[in-house]
Design a binder for this molecule. Structure first.
Ligand SMILES: Nc1nc2c(ncn2[C@@H]2O[C@H](COP(=O)(O)OP(=O)(O)OP(=O)(O)O)[C@@H](O)[C@H]2O)c(=O)[nH]1
Ligand SMILES: [Mg+2]
Length: 349
């Protein structure tokens, strides 16, 4: 009985079906006195997956999940070969793990391309089968079928800097001020439902990429709020920008809470990867993805509000570390912040 496969619906994990093009058929044709002249069929198009540095989700694949490349044209008389079918190219964000045929391929470079389904070979026309003993072959080859695959895609966003913080801290507002991204901003928690990615420019040049993720709350590591799904998107960032909400009563307390969430997430992740490594002994982990090992730049947002100086002092005293006051509204502290980010990124290079 035909069973419909369950497909996951999510912006960072999707399953798609790909169909490479069929090869065109070879042609049977003769020219009087001169013998067979049937051309070959064209090759079927491949289905490729390519990373696009400007994308930050797999959302576009939730609606469109079937990709078909063009079939090759059939061969024709007068030894005319069929046209090769056009490839189908699926764009995905950098940092997507592509799984098919029991393989897992991690696409982490910009504009990296991977053929996931190969087009069928075109059939040979009858002119190819003429021999001294068979001068009038009345047959040609059929084109081969293209490959068909089910592909699983899972995203772990790659950005130089990841903005983390509790809901409403001002993460998306900051992202929109620093970069070319236009995330949704509102005065209620959980405005951001999927990460946003932006490019920060230094003049004309791209200086670094920065992503904000949905607000985290206590219990996030075990899926509370919008959950642990988002923590995995900061695993591949080089530096964390920890944004404390300037409107919070006690921002330092929130700093500890979020770090505790990251510690618990690391612990859980380590346990899972150890289990996985035991199963697949010998395979090494690609990158060091522990959240607590990452450099954190701590900022206090909304420094334009009344009483922010006192709050900054109290927070610094409690945390005993440097906290950069910023206001995405007035622009205060943003230059300072960019210098700190650049310093940390260069240090890691
Ligand atoms: N006064 C002031 N308000 C700000 C500043 N930055 C952000 N806000 C306000 O804070 C609220 C939350 O801003 P968002 O940028 O949506 O916060 P977020 O951290 O992305 O929130 P989530 O997506 O829900 O996690 C909005 O009403 C913003 O206008 C700032 O520098 N000063
Ligand atoms: Mg937001």
């Amino acid at each position: 009985m035909f069973m419909k496969k369950r497909r996951s619906i999510s912006w960072d994990e999707v399953e798609i079906s790909v169909y490479a093009g069929r090869g065109g058929n070879g042609c049977v044709s003769f020219r009087r006195e001169r013998g067979p002249n049937g051309g070959d069929g064209g090759k079927g198009g491949d289905v490729l997956i390519k990373t696009d540095p400007t994308m930050s989700t797999l959302f576009h694949l939730v609606r469109k999940r079937r990709f078909k490349a063009e079939s090759g044209g059939h061969g024709q008389g007068k030894n005319r070969h069929g046209k090769n079918g056009k490839n189908s190219i699926i764009l995905i964000p950098k940092g997507t793990l592509v799984s098919f045929d029991g393989k897992e391929i991690d696409l982490i470079e910009n504009n990296q391309t991977l053929i996931v389904a190969k087009g069928g070979r075109g059939g040979r026309g009858n002119s190819r089968f003429a021999t001294s003993t068979c001068t009038t072959p009345r047959f040609a080859e059929q084109g081969e079928a293209g490959e068909e695959k089910e592909i699983h895609l899972e995203l772990r966003l790659i950005a130089d800097v990841g903005i983390i913080g509790f809901p409403n801290a001002g993460k998306s507002t900051l992202l929109s001020k620093l970069s070319d991204a236009h995330p949704k901003i509102a005065s209620y928690p959980f405005t951001t439902l999927t990460p946003n990615l932006g490019v920060v420019k230094d003049g004309e040049k791209a200086a670094f990429t920065i992503a904000d993720i949905p607000g985290l709350i206590s219990g996030a590591h075990s899926g509370k709020g919008l959950g642990d799904r988002f923590l995995r998107h900061i695993q591949r960032t080089k530096v964390l920008l920890h944004l404390l909400d300037g409107e919070e009563e006690d921002p330092a307390e929130k700093f500890y809470q979020l770090n505790e969430e990251m510690r618990l997430y690391d612990e859980e992740h380590r346990r899972q990867t150890t289990d996985y490594r035991l199963q697949t002994a010998g395979e090494s982990n690609l990158y060091d993805d522990e959240l607590l090992k990452k450099q954190q730049i701590v900022c206090l947002s909304k420094s334009d509000l009344d009483g922010s100086n006192e709050k900054l002092k109290a927070t610094c005293d409690k945390l005993k570390m440097k906290v950069i006051p910023i206001s995405a509204l007035s622009g205060e502290g943003l230059d300072n912040l960019i210098s700190a980010i650049t310093f940390h990124l260069n240090q890691g290079a």
